[in-house]
Design a protein around this ligand. Structure first.
Ligand SMILES: [Zn+2]
Length: 170
């Protein structure tokens, strides 16, 4: 396993819709293992393939931060089959280090996906689990969390990043 380099905004791959996975081979298993390693090392609770420069429909998550093996989940080709309710909470993203703001998401989400062997499964998640699945699923469509806030807030965040880039701190 290896810790991969995390791609930061505004790299193009982050805003490019990803491709469906069709081969459930050793290469996919290695990518998923490396993504878990990278997520735990960051540390973070979710990581999508475009964030390591791979434009495929794959994400990993663990809302327990490595404490509960049942929450260590890799989702391949995920689709949101149900969403309900609302929650507003602070969100961050490993591609936007140090940047956090309030994002409204569904309170509950049911996501159907395939595992590394191609077998279908479903996660019915509330609160942080729902937030995490929806944030990571957005990444696979090339949608970043700055698109889930107001235009004013989005401009403030972008301006802050431009300043950090200019100062060599990004
Ligand atoms: Zn993210």
């Amino acid at each position: 396993m290896a810790v991969l380099k995390i791609v930061k905004y505004p790299e193009k791959v982050l805003e490019t819709p990803t491709e469906e996975v069709t081969k459930f081979d050793d290469e996919l298993k290695k990518l998923v293992a490396d993504m878990f390693e990278t997520m735990y090392a960051a540390p973070g609770v979710g990581l999508a393939a475009p964030q390591v420069g791979v434009s495929k429909r794959v994400f990993v998550m663990d809302c327990s931060g490595g404490k509960d093996p049942a929450q260590k989940i890799a989702m391949i080709n995920p689709r949101v089959v149900m969403k309900e309710g609302e929650q507003t909470g602070e969100e961050g993203c490993l591609s936007f280090p140090g940047i956090y703001f309030l994002v409204m998401r569904a309170m509950r989400a049911v996501v159907r996906a395939q595992d590394v062997d191609g077998k279908e499964f479903e996660v019915d998640g509330m609160e942080l689990t729902a937030r995490c699945m929806l944030h990571e699923k957005d990444h696979l469509d090339g949608v970043l969390f700055i698109e889930r806030t107001s235009p004013l807030k989005r401009e403030m965040v972008k301006r802050r990043i431009r300043k950090l880039i200019k100062a060599g701190d990004w």
